[in-house]
Design a protein around this ligand. Structure first.
Ligand code: ADP
Ligand code: ASP
Ligand code: MG
Length: 427
């Protein structure tokens, strides 16, 4: 069981979480389950800790940043263990370095390499509920690491895989994965099932309900993941799958066949305001020109997402447009300016007020016209498309940030995703 920040925000909420954990441990039929719990910091706490780091030293050392930001989860794991004990359960907390959860690669964005689960399993077999702080681990040199924002989802999936758990239930503040963010579109519909692949695409293009890495890990390790709410009073037990199950393609095909449902062209719509656009004008139109642009960005670990190389102008020149994470815009701009003569561009134009809107669905593999629907829906309302990128099951467009909500709503309607009755959609 994993509980996110809003589920852990304060002792009253933690008490409800403890009750959910106890209920899961007892099981509906009185048969005891073994339960491990992964917790996030209280909502807003990690932001607060990040700000302290920035104030202390704008050029903070990532290793010390990790020491600070991992603290939020230390607090909630201890509090949940205490609360479970208070309601008569056996429980103890295990910090990342105590489990240990071994990580590799850089501080502040570490990856889980392995988890030593023997001690946890031995305690769980004795009826002890293991409470593990999400987001944190330990590096080879013994120092504390964190997994990148939203990383508790990944901790939970990794712990589930290490324990060979029957299921990994991700409890949050919405009761499942929706066709789009239910906080933006009241007519969003809850999905009972979504495939790993679709969830991976949705997460990577901005549906923050699950961290992208948690989905790829679940897919790789075959972990059954359910997204559900910790906020429903006396809801159906988690074993009855009240939330959204993430399933394999084969399982989805079986479910569709049994229920006689038809595949939707588009499963979901997502948006992302964390990118910025860069245009380099009058770049020489010759072999090697774009590699002069993107090689230094790659060397600086700046992730380039959408790329367009415009049709060449007459004089053997072309404009190149691409997006980078907004947080890296200043760095990217400085790097490119330094190389102006090597690359040979005329002007650099940047815009941080952009949003990427994406539609995702396995249905688009076998159907034509999915992109055309998107472009005409946006054109009808005068929304200009600044860049386009596609994958086999996704189409993304870059637009003005101010038009984000409008575009998401338009596309949600255009692909027939609106719930019939808005009252049945998310509260
Ligand atoms: P937690 O703190 O539990 O990890 P997050 O805030 O990270 O929770 O993720 C839950 C939020 O994800 C929801 O409140 C919702 O606004 C947002 N969200 C974005 N896209 C979707 C979607 N397609 N379905 C459900 N929730 C979504
Ligand atoms: N507390 C961390 C964050 O806010 C990790 C998480 O909640 O998933 O990013
Ligand atoms: Mg989250």
């Amino acid at each position: 069981m994993k509980f996110g920040g809003t589920s852990m925000a304060g002792t009253e909420r933690i008490r409800r979480v403890a009750n959910l954990v106890r209920r899961q441990q007892l099981g509906p039929d009185g048969e005891r389950h073994q339960v491990a719990v992964v917790v996030s910091a209280m909502a807003g706490e990690t932001d607060r800790l990040v700000n302290f780091c920035r104030e202390a030293n704008p050029l903070y050392d990532p290793a010390e940043y990790d020491v600070v930001v991992a603290a939020g989860e230390q607090v909630t794991s201890g509090l949940l263990a205490l609360t479970l004990q208070a309601i008569g359960c056996k429980a103890r907390s295990w910090l990342g370095w105590q489990v240990p959860i071994h990580t590799v690669e850089a501080h502040a964005k570490a990856r889980i390499a392995s988890i030593d689960s023997e001690a946890l399993i031995a305690q769980m077999e004795q009826g002890v509920i293991a409470v593990i702080p999400g987001f944190q681990g330990v590096a080879l040199d013994g120092r504390v690491t964190t997994l990148g924002r939203g990383g508790s989802d990944t901790s939970a999936v990794a712990v589930a895989a290490a324990l060979k758990a029957d299921r990994c239930d991700i409890y949050t503040d919405v009761d499942g994965v929706y066709t789009t963010d239910p906080r933006i579109v009241a007519r969003a519909r809850k999905l009972e099932y979504v495939t790993y692949e679709e969830m991976l695409e949705l997460a990577s293009v901005g549906a923050k309900v699950l961290q992208t890495r948690s989905v790829s890990l679940a897919m790789k390790e075959g972990v059954r993941v359910q997204v559900l709410s910790s906020f429903v009073e006396d809801g159906a037990p988690a074993d009855e799958l009240p939330g959204t199950m993430i399933v394999s393609d084969e399982e989805m095909a079986r479910i569709m066949e049994e229920s006689g449902m038809e595949t939707q062209l588009v499963t979901g719509v997502a948006h992302d305001k964390n990118e910025a656009r860069i245009v380099l004008t009058r770049v020489p139109d010759r072999p090697g020109a774009v590699s002069h642009i993107f090689t230094p960005l790659a060397a600086a670990a700046i992730n380039v997402d959408m790329i367009i190389q415009n049709v060449g102008r007459d004089k053997g020149e072309t404009d190149v447009t691409f997006t980078v994470p907004r947080a890296d815009l200043a760095r990217a701009q400085a790097l490119l300016e330094e190389r102006r003569s090597a690359i040979g561009f005329n002007r650099i134009v940047t815009d941080a007020k952009v949003a990427k809107i994406s539609v995702v669905g396995v249905g688009m593999r076998s159907h034509a016209g999915v992109a055309a629907t998107m472009f005409s829906a946006l054109a009808e309302r005068g929304i200009n498309i600044q860049a386009i990128s596609t994958s086999e099951i996704k189409i993304s467009v870059l637009i003005d940030e101010d038009e984000t909500e409008l575009a998401v709503r338009l596309l949600h309607t255009a692909y027939g995703l609106d719930a019939e009755d808005a009252a049945t959609a998310a509260a």
